[in-house]
Design a binder for this molecule. Structure first.
Ligand SMILES: Cc1ncc(COP(=O)(O)O)c(C=O)c1O
Length: 336
């Protein structure tokens, strides 16, 4: 089977596994796991942040950041497509007692005016307190769309002027950085916290990092423990993460080019509607009957998933070969 359901389905390469096996480990809850400490330093350095914290998942790193930045009853301003709103089990309400105010703009990208329209009047005791703005980059549900650095800079300056914290759900931030060529340090300077995933396009088996100031990470450490995310000799996992950061970032270009090739093939098929123009590694397209299409793909050896009503999602990733991509294109040409 060629699995295009997500870039989370990858299994570690032989080189990554070897790196994991050789990791120097210790008790990370005591801060004594050398591999985790090295990974945290490496990632913080990459983004020019003061510190980082290794966690089991991107859901946890997002939820920790929300918890540190807010008080119960606060409002999180985010896009209607956001992972924190759609796919984290209502965690921001359950874990932090927050509610959301949603923006509905094309491609998941919003402006300062869109944020401003969501800010509740601080002097009005009836109103919830607007505390945090969330940017997702790339936007998963929008089809892997990318923010321009200038757009983020405007939002960051605005948030600062209005005393709002700014969090980046950067589960696929390296896909964005690969496509734009932006320096991760430019991101580090703009956000109060950044979540990055090692187990998506980068191909590590487990793990995410949350990055920020020393003070933020000190508080995040306590929240991670409270959420049950304090791991012990998890340096074996961090070893895979460090290997991924050092070896699998540049190759994300291949995933992007393959997504473009698949999308172009789909566009040439008159039976397929509204194919996105992939900015990174996600292809979205509309079909008349999604169950029929997903079954047809499966019969031809391709696993795909739905992304909202009538939309099929393909995600390209590390474990695909050129032969797999050629086969996918062959099937897509004739999809009915
Ligand atoms: C944009 C985004 N944020 C966060 C997550 C959560 O990551 P995890 O599956 O590691 O909890 C995902 C997972 O797909 C995601 O796509």
């Amino acid at each position: 089977m060629i699995d295009l359901r997500s870039d989370t389905v990858t299994v570690p390469t032989a080189e990554m596994l070897e790196h994991m096996m050789n990791a120097k480990v210790g008790d990370d809850v005591y801060g004594e796991d050398e591999s985790i400490n090295e990974l945290q330093r490496y990632a913080a350095n990459m983004f020019g942040c003061e510190a980082a914290l290794f966690c089991p998942s991107g859901t946890m790193t997002n939820q920790i950041a929300i918890n540190v930045h807010t008080q119960p009853g606060d409002e999180v301003i985010c896009h209607a497509y956001s992972h924190i709103y759609n796919y984290e089990g209502g965690g921001l309400a359950a874990n932090s007692g927050c509610q959301v105010r949603l923006m509905h703009t094309p491609r998941g990208i919003f402006s300062t005016a869109d944020v401003e329209a969501c800010i509740m009047p601080a002097a009005d005791a009836h109103a919830p307190n607007s505390a945090l703005v969330n940017i997702e980059n790339t936007y998963n549900k929008a089809g892997g769309t990318i923010w321009k650095l200038s757009e983020i800079q405007e939002i960051a300056a605005f948030c600062k002027s209005r005393n709002l914290k700014l969090h980046l759900d950067g589960a696929r931030v390296f896909n964005a950085l690969e496509a734009t060529g932006d320096d991760p340090k430019a991101y580090g300077a703009l956000f109060d916290s950044i979540s990055v995933c090692l187990s998506k396009g980068l191909g590590a088996p487990v793990g995410s990092l949350v990055l920020g100031s020393k003070e933020f990470i000190k508080r995040a450490h306590r929240v991670r423990k409270r959420m049950g995310g304090g791991m012990r000799q998890a340096g074996f996992l961090a070893g895979g993460g460090l290997y991924a950061l050092q070896n699998h970032v540049e190759r994300l270009r291949t995933d992007r080019l393959r997504a473009v090739e698949i999308a172009e093939t789909l566009r040439s098929n008159p039976n397929v509607e509204e194919v996105n123009r992939p900015e990174t590694n996600i292809v979205l397209f509309k079909v008349k009957n999604i169950d029929v299409t997903l079954n047809k793909l499966k019969e031809n050896g391709i696993l795909a998933g739905p992304m909202g009503a009538g939309t099929v999602r393909f995600v390209t990733h590390l474990n695909l070969t050129d032969k797999d991509v050629a086969r996918v294109c062959e099937i897509c040409e004739n999809l009915s």
